[in-house]
Write a protein that binds this ligand. Structure first.
Ligand SMILES: Nc1ncnc2c1ncn2[C@@H]1O[C@H](COP(=O)(O)OP(=O)(O)OP(=O)(O)O)[C@@H](O)[C@H]1O
Length: 226
């Protein structure tokens, strides 16, 4: 079996502990994702899906439990170490694209690479290559406002994959699109993921999309069940 790209063990997370507003969200959540696996994360609204994705992506720390990414134990590591690991190993896609409005599609995809120390020419070449893969070669010079919702989200996928992360985390990546566009854009995402051989954890409410992934995990009462 291949090595895990993500391993969460016995993750606990409570918001506002010890106050009347206490919310115990994760209660011993375990998850292992191996290289090349694409896993659907299904959960009722408010069950803690975003909390789990933030912890898996090193944007938030659990109260207890272990987080391992690409074989590196990140439990209790400094913010600096988490930022470095996140930049290197993790790509994020959200329901809303969060592209920078003043930059073109190509620049939006090149920026994370420049932040990682890549040269301008190589960042540009990779951005154009990724945009071509999602059928947006002719839109590279467009700013987000001049792109359709589906095109904006495809640019966001390219940006998430720009630094060739080991792990893609996506929170309802097509949730903001009409059903037909969502279907098409989701296919593009799956093609990109398959092409790069990366692993992915993709939250979705859509059972048809979940069925296209390798397996589904369900977040129930703070734990993950297969
Ligand atoms: N910063 C916070 N402070 C207090 N409570 C929070 C905070 N963030 C989230 N919560 C609560 O924790 C629970 C889980 O939130 P989370 O956003 O992880 O759920 P979710 O499954 O992603 O929901 P949705 O599908 O509706 O986006 C919710 O009850 C939410 O109200």
């Amino acid at each position: 079996m291949s090595d895990p790209v993500l391993r969460l063990s016995a993750i606990e997370k409570t918001y506002n502990p010890g106050t009347p507003g206490e919310v115990r969200v994760l209660r011993g959540a375990d998850l292992t994702i191996r290289a090349g696996e694409v896993v659907a994360l299904v959960a009722p609204s408010g069950a803690g899906k975003s909390t789990l994705l933030h912890i898996a992506g090193l944007l938030d720390q659990p109260d207890a439990g272990g987080v391992e990414i690409a074989g590196q134990d990140m439990t209790g590591q400094s913010d600096r170490a988490c930022t470095a690991a996140r930049r290197r190993d993790v790509g994020f896609v959200y329901q809303f694209h969060h592209l920078l409005p003043e930059f073109t599609a190509e620049e939006n995809v090149a920026l994370p690479q420049l932040a990682n120390g890549e040269s301008r020419s190589r960042a540009r070449a990779r951005a154009l290559d990724l945009l071509a893969r999602v059928g947006l070669s002719t839109r590279a010079d467009h700013r987000p406002a001049a792109l359709s919702g589906g095109e904006q989200q495809r640019v966001a996928f390219c940006r998430a994959l720009a630094n060739a992360p080991r792990l893609l985390l996506a929170d309802e990546p097509t949730g903001n699109l009409d059903p037909a566009t969502a279907d098409h854009v989701f296919d593009t995402l799956m093609d990109l993921v398959a092409h790069t051989g990366m692993s992915a954890l993709i939250a979705t409410h859509n059972p048809d999309l979940a069925a296209r992934m390798n397996r589904t995990v369900r977040l129930e009462n703070g734990r993950l069940v297969s």
